[in-house]
Design a protein. Sequence first.
Lengths: 506, 126
Amino acid sequence: MTELQKVRNQTGYVLIGFGVIVVCLTFLSWAIVNSWFNLEGTAAIVASIGLTLVATTGLALALEALIARPLLYLSRFISHIASDKPLDDNAIPDHRFGHDLVKESIKTLTGFVQRVEQSTTITTARAQVATDAFERLNQPFIALNNQQRIIASNNAARQLLGRDTLSGELLHEVLPITVDHESFLSPWINDCQETVVSADCSWLDSRFTNRDRQEYVFETHASFTRNEDNGLETVLLLIDVTDQHQADELKVDFAAMAAHELRSPITVIRGYLDVFETKLRDKFEPEEQAYIDKLKVSADQLNGFISNTLNVSRLDKGELTLHPEAHDWQPIVEETASNLQLRAEIYGKQLTLAMPDELPQVMVDPSSIAEVITNFVDNAIKYSKTSNQIAIEVSVDSSGWVQTTVTDTGIGIPANLVGKLFTKYYRSHRSKDNVGGSGIGLYLSKAIVDQHRGKIWAQSVEGQGSTFGFSLPPLKEAQQLLDTSNQVPGDRGHHGWIKNHSLYRR
Amino acid sequence: MSAKILSIEDDHFISEMYTQALLDAGYQVDNCATGATATEMIQNGDYDLILLDIFLPEKTGIEIVNELRDKQLLSDSKIIIMTNYMQDDISRSQLEALVDGYLIKANVVPSKLVEYVSQMLGQTGA
């Protein structure tokens, strides 16, 4: 039964009750007229009807005063609230019948409404302060619902995205911001929605290109609190760090420019040392040959450092792209070891090479992978002060991967530092005090091995020495792992393209 | 008859160093230091191999390569780019498709260059 039907039924009962009362009053009046005033016939009827009318009117007035009028005042009072007019004392009537209950109820209601009004005013004022604050914030601010649609944004966000309004827009459609060329915000929010109630995350190097093709670098800070309703779920604050990054990139560019400038003189220095050696080899006294050897090794080291610097600059700009091709591994390792032999000798080290007779072919960029071995051997030379042995060893592991290691029996590295060795600018605890080093050799080596889809590692026991190694997948597996679209086109054979690794050096 | 090589290089020290090494190896070597002269010399000489720097006065090595290929002036001449500057990956790949070798000068001492040239021409200079 609906509420309306209930009201109808109740109204019907009231009317029936009222009719019964009127009939009862009529009989009562008739009895009074008969018994008290001894009236009969027409006079009795008229007198009883008159008496009934008087009694009914009195009853109706009482009901009106007790029920209908308070309801009328309540109705007026509610109308006041609904019409949003200011409340005044006249809204509470001066009751002729002193309906204290109604009066008190209206007073209570009035107080409640006033408090609600005050609270709403305060809340509205606070919301306005928050809105003004976000609007005045000169960094983009965006709020999202659980559909990843924008429900609030500030002026900086709208300006960045070149829109008058962002409400209702899907985040990934209007803000295609990336880290390492991959979108990250939507995946993170999706992940949060599936796994957590709340989470915060920051990305310090996120990139966005606006409609005018202007590139920005932002620190993106996100805060997620799950909201099953359509309200606020994720807030994003983007802090523009473009200027700082440009300054950093200028530093990198300066390093690259300086390294480039160094290449011309080092070409001449290495070149004429080579000429010296070719033309005057037989005429040098042993002592003079030793001087030439030291010059050669130093020039080679400087050249290696210049190459490392340029490659790190390219790596940091995302431009270090290698082009692995199928090669036999033995000749590359042999040539690299041979090139390093003099360097080891000059520093009083004995460099040995151990390799099985047969090895599977590997996919390598020869000059780059040779740099990895060179960096390992350079490290071994620097950190094996008390030891003279440096061993290059090549083997095939149980998975068929070709493993190359460089082992020294020098001062070693504490276990807790081994994991940090391949990070940029990291210099071993020992090198800070007494050994020079830029801290980019192992960082670059890792990047090179990664690009070959290989594995790189370091093992060390402090006081006993270190082993640095990398392993490369055998040819077939490497071809599957490597993206063949990045390979150098293979149509140069008929040009007589020289298959010497220095030709491919970037 | 020994092979004929044109070395296009604007750095005098480097040009002299490579030229002398190639002469000592028995090759005939001409050299020039500007892009404009280089095009003219290639048109008038019948070179087996051209060693080409990229950053040259008046005309870059890349412009020279494109011009020679467009005018079909190269016939059987081979070209090795000799540079100390790194190209971005796209322009490097485009350039490599047009030439026969790409060397970083800082990594190529004169004796090594002679080795490469001999390998590419399939003959020694002597």
